[in-house]
Each structure stands twice: as C-alpha cells, then as structure tokens.
Design a protein around this ligand. Structure first.
Ligand SMILES: [Zn+2]
Length: 290
C-alpha cells in the first residue's frame, strides 16, 4: 500500500484532494469507509484530541490499521489539531499516518518554534509520518455557532506562509483562506455558504514552491469554491461539522421512529447511513467524480 505522502503527491499531481473526516465512534467510521470503498478513493480519518481521548489513541490506530490490512485499502489516520508536543509524541508512537500540530492560536514566533519541535519529534520516531502545521486562527470547534470567530477574518499572507514553511520543515500547510471551523446557524438551511479566497490559495501554493496544502473547516463551503480550491492547490479537505449534524439528525429520526428499540447498532444505523451520504457527495466533489 502507498504511504500517505505518496497518496498526497499523487492527488496534487492530478489536482484532486483527499477527503478528511472526523470520527468519535464506529458508526461514523463505517459510514465514511463505505463511501470511500464504493468510490475507490483514498480517505483520511481524523481524530481531534477530544475524539482521541474518547476512542483511545491506540484503539483509533488499531481500527484504521485493521481496515487497511483486511481490505488493502488506502485509508489513513490523522492526529487532528494536536496542541501539545506530548500528544504529538503519543500519536507518532501509536502509528498515526499524519499529525497536525496546531499552534495557530499562538503568536507566529511561538507557533514556528513549537511546530519545528513537533516536526523534529515526529521525524525521530518515524520519518514517513506526514506533519502538518497551521497558520491563521480559524476557530476551534466543529459546532454550530452564531457568529464567525473574529480572528478567522484575517487571512494568511503568502509571505508568512513562506517563512513558516521554511523555518518549520513541515510537509503540509494549513492556511486561513476564508475558511473557519464549525458552521454558522444561518448555513444550516443550505442557502448560505462559506466563501474561499481562491486567488490567495493559488498565491500561497506558488510562493511556497507547490507545498501540499489542507483546507480546514470545509463544512458549509459552496461546492464551486471546493472545486476551485482543489484546482488552485488544496490537497486535503476537512469536513467534520456536516457529519455531526447528519449523525444527530439520523439518531433523532431513529429514536423517534423506533420508540421501543434498545439495540444500539440498530438505532445508530440511520446516523451511519446519513454520514455515508454526506461523505459520498463530498468525496465525489473532491475527486472530480460528480
Ligand atoms: Zn481543522
């Protein structure tokens, strides 16, 4: 099986992106993997610090590894938004394929210093692990919020991206290009969307010598912006809040439709199916299949 780095370089060359979806239970894992298998496209599973704590760091790694082995399928695991160097080490030792060290809420100088340390720690444990760094704070929760975090309005500049990439030695850059974590209440109807600065994505990509790039906070983004962002140089797209909404709706529906049912796997099935549908559509879009 190809390494994640090889998958990303290949996606970059073909101007498609790898979908990244967060999980905190097996139902979501099943929905995501069913969609990826159906389309025969690689996929990244993300677990944030909170999701990792709930699932267990080693358990999350074992689930993905066992799926890789059983199906010989290109599925990879990312330690999403890791804020401490201890947790970087823990994820690297547990066998994650990618680690995102997120120092984006820190002043730039401190972000560079800590991200560089994270890169060194990961390389010393396993040089094949992909390390991502993030600049520009775009909020931190995959939830429904009333207002845009003020800081997400300040976009990254090509100059700061260049010095961040050069000084830290990261493999993948996550810039702020109009994206934000979570979704606004007004976006739930599907009429209002996040808009991205496509020109800026292209400028950063070029300025950084074609570096691999991730788009965080993809939920609620306009379809045409996703397509344009991938064409402009985005290689990984994160979607989490949309899955959480789909999960909750599915669970509520099942509880309502089956008031006497107590088997968890039967109740969770509707949520899993909802997640499958969201992921299927997003993966089609990111891979130019729709
Ligand atoms: Zn993120």
């Amino acid at each position: 099986m190809k390494t994640l780095k090889e998958i990303l370089v290949d996606a970059d060359g073909r101007r498609v992106a790898v979908g990244h979806f967060n999980i905190s239970d097996l139902g979501a894992f099943k929905g995501i993997t069913s969609a990826a298998q159906e389309l025969k496209v690689p996929v990244l599973i993300g677990v944030s610090e909170g999701e990792r704590e709930f699932l267990g760091v080693r358990t999350a790694a074992a689930i993905v590894k066992s799926y890789q082995d059983q199906y010989d399928f290109p599925i990879y695991l990312n330690a999403d938004h890791t804020h401490s160097l201890d947790k970087v080490k823990e994820a690297a030792e547990a066998g994650f394929d990618e680690i995102l060290f997120d120092g984006s809420a820190l002043p730039m100088k401190e972000n560079i210093k800590q991200t560089k340390e994270a890169v060194e720690i990961v390389r010393s444990i396993n040089p094949a692990i992909v390390v991502e760094g993030e600049i520009g704070y775009i909020g931190s929760s995959s939830e429904i919020v009333n207002e845009r975090p003020e800081s997400s309005l300040r976009l990254s500049t090509p100059e700061e991206a260049v010095s961040f990439v050069k000084e830290t030695g990261i493999d993948v850059l996550a810039p702020a290009v109009g994206n934000m974590h979570g979704m606004l209440k007004t976006m739930l109807s599907g009429d209002v969307h996040k808009r991205l600065d496509i020109g800026l994505i292209g400028e950063i990509k070029k300025a950084c010598g074609g570096i691999l790039m991730t788009l965080h906070g993809g939920s609620g983004t306009a379809d045409e912006d996703f397509t344009a962002a991938v064409k402009a140089g985005i290689d990984i797209v994160h979607v989490s809040t949309e899955l959480r909404i789909a999960w909750r709706k599915g669970l509520e529906e099942a509880l309502h439709a089956k008031p006497d049912e107590v088997a968890p796997y039967k109740l969770v099935a509707t949520a899993t199916d909802n997640i499958y549908k969201v992921v299927l559509n997003r993966l089609k879009l990111f891979n130019g299949l729709s």
